[in-house]
Write a protein of this length. Structure first.
Length: 174
């Protein structure tokens, strides 16, 4: 199958040429590289991944504090899930009251993202059963080697959070 078609992304946006061709035709195909617009690729380390504004981080902190309460987590577990030291106990109450934003660092924000994804996934998996939705992290699971999702998240840190988030996505068929 060979052919071309134009795709317009809307008024005042660039048009893209989509080329459809049989893989066997590739040897006879040439491209005038001078007509292709240049693309700037930025290394991920150079991207600005911060949440400069405090309010979104404050809102996320408040939501996570409420989620931890629904999961009935002890203070030590809450701090560990956020990657914070046990000496940071007083910040949890400030998060709960919306008085303090999450720290503006990649580790904490990645952890918050995974936790929010886990919560969202559980809401989609168990829309009718709030009790199961919030107790799921405490239930042993054979796929997790007989451990609870909470144990995986606490023992494996950021990797454990990612693993549980992906596990829930898998359960949802994603």
């Amino acid at each position: 199958m060979s052919g071309t078609r134009a795709a317009n992304q809307g008024k005042n946006q660039k048009q893209y040429l989509i080329v459809e061709m049989d893989i066997n035709d590739i040897s006879s195909y040439s491209v005038d590289m001078s007509r292709i617009p240049s693309v700037t690729v930025t290394h991920p380390a150079q991207l600005d991944t911060s949440f400069a504004a405090e309010q979104p981080r404050r809102d996320i902190a408040r939501v996570l504090a409420a989620l931890f309460e629904k999961w009935t987590l002890p203070t030590e577990a809450q701090l560990a899930l956020l990657g914070m030291s046990p000496e940071s106990r007083k910040v949890l109450a400030q998060y709960r009251r919306g008085e303090r934003p999450l720290p503006n660092n990649r580790d904490v924000l990645d952890r918050a993202g995974y936790l929010m994804g886990i919560h969202k996934g559980l809401r989609l998996l168990f829309p009718e059963d709030e009790s199961l939705r919030y107790s799921w992290v405490h239930r042993r699971n054979q796929i997790l080697g007989g451990r609870t999702p909470l144990e995986v998240m606490l023992e494996d840190g950021l990797v454990g959070l990612a693993r549980i988030a992906r596990f829930i996505d898998f359960q949802r068929g994603q």
